[in-house]
Design a protein around this ligand. Structure first.
Ligand SMILES: Cc1cc2nc3c(=O)[nH]c(=O)nc-3n(C[C@H](O)[C@H](O)[C@H](O)COP(=O)(O)OP(=O)(O)OC[C@H]3O[C@@H](n4cnc5c(N)ncnc54)[C@H](O)[C@@H]3O)c2cc1C
Length: 216
C-alpha cells in the first residue's frame, strides 16, 4: 500500500487524509502541536473554554457533503444549535444591530433604518444565493487543474460578477453606512476586504441566517 505523510492536523489536512485513506493510501499525519485540530482547537483555562479559532459554523452544506462522502451525517458526531440572533454588529458602545436568524426580521430592521432597503436586500440576497451556488458547484469543487474546468454557460453568464466587488455592489443597493458595513464585513472571514473581493465568491452575506454553533 502506498504511504502518504501529511504535515499538520487542521481541517484541511484531516479532510485530505480521510479522502486519501478512502482511496486506499496508508496515511500518517504529523502534527507539531500536542493535539490535533490546528486553529480549530480549544483552550481550557480556569473552568472557561475558549475557541482559539472558529466559533461560527457556517456553510453547513460543505460539512454535510464531506460526511456523506463517507456514508455519514454530521449529526452522527455532533449536535448543532442555531444561534438567534446569529450575531450583533457594534458601531459604538450603545450602538449595535442584531442579525436575526429570521430573514423577515432582518428585512424589517433594514427597512426601519432605510426606507426601501428591504426590497433591495431581498434582491441582493437572491443574487448572493445564485453566486454562491455557482461558486461552490462550478469553482470550489473543481480540482483547479486548468482554466477550462470553470468555463461553462453558467460562469460565462456571470462574467460581470467576477469583476464587480462586494463594496461596489453593496453601494449600488444600500445608502446607509451601517447597513453597508453589515453586508460588507463577512468577507473578512475569507481574509479579504469588500473593496477587493469579487461578488462571484460571496456567500450568503447575512451569515446570521446560517450561524450555527456546535453544542457537543
Ligand atoms: C480567530 C479565528 C476565528 C475564526 N473563526 C472562524 C469561524 O467562526 N468559522 C469558520 O468556519 N472559520 C473560522 N476561522 C477559520 C478556520 O479556523 C480556519 O480556516 C481553519 O481552521 C484552517 O484550517 P487549516 O487546516 O487550513 O489550517 P490550520 O488549522 O492552521 O492547520 C495547520 C496545522 O498544521 C500544523 N503545522 C504547521 N506546520 C507544521 C509542520 N512543519 N509540521 C507539523 N505540523 C505543522 C499546525 O500546527 C496546525 O495544526 C477562524 C480563524 C481564526 C484564527
Amino acid at each position: 500500500m502506498k504511504k502518504i505523510v501529511i504535515l499538520g492536523s487542521g481541517f484541511s489536512s484531516l479532510a485530505a487524509s480521510c479522502y486519501l485513506a478512502k482511496a486506499g493510501f496508508d496515511v500518517t499525519i504529523l502534527e507539531k502541536n500536542s493535539e490535533a485540530g490546528g486553529r480549530a482547537r480549544q483552550l481550557l483555562k480556569q473552568g472557561f473554554t475558549f475557541d482559539i479559532g472558529p466559533t461560527f459554523y457556517w456553510m453547513p452544506d460543505v460539512f454535510e457533503r464531506f460526511f456523506s462522502d463517507f456514508g455519514k451525517k454530521p449529526s452522527d458526531y455532533y449536535d448543532l444549535v442555531k444561534l438567534d440572533p446569529g450575531y450583533q454588529v457594534y458601531f459604538g458602545v450603545k450602538d449595535s444591530i442584531s442579525i436575526s436568524a429570521d430573514f423577515e426580521k432582518i428585512k424589517a430592521e433594514f427597512e426601519r433604518i432605510e426606507t426601501g432597503s428591504s426590497a433591495k436586500l431581498q434582491k441582493f440576497m437572491n443574487n448572493a444565493k445564485d453566486n454562491y451556488e455557482i461558486a461552490i458547484n462550478d469553482l470550489v469543487y473543481k480540482p483547479g487543474q486548468n482554466l477550462m474546468e470553470i468555463i461553462n454557460l453558467k460562469t460565462f453568464g456571470k462574467l460581470n460578477q467576477f469583476i464587480d466587488t462586494i463594496k461596489a455592489q453593496v453601494g449600488r443597493y444600500i445608502k446607509n453606512h451601517k447597513l453597508r458595513k453589515i453586508l460588507e464585513f463577512p468577507v473578512l472571514f475569507f481574509g479579504s476586504k469588500a473593496v477587493k473581493y469579487t461578488c462571484i465568491l460571496q456567500f450568503y452575506e447575512l451569515c446570521g441566517l446560517w450561524s450555527w454553533h456546535m453544542a457537543s
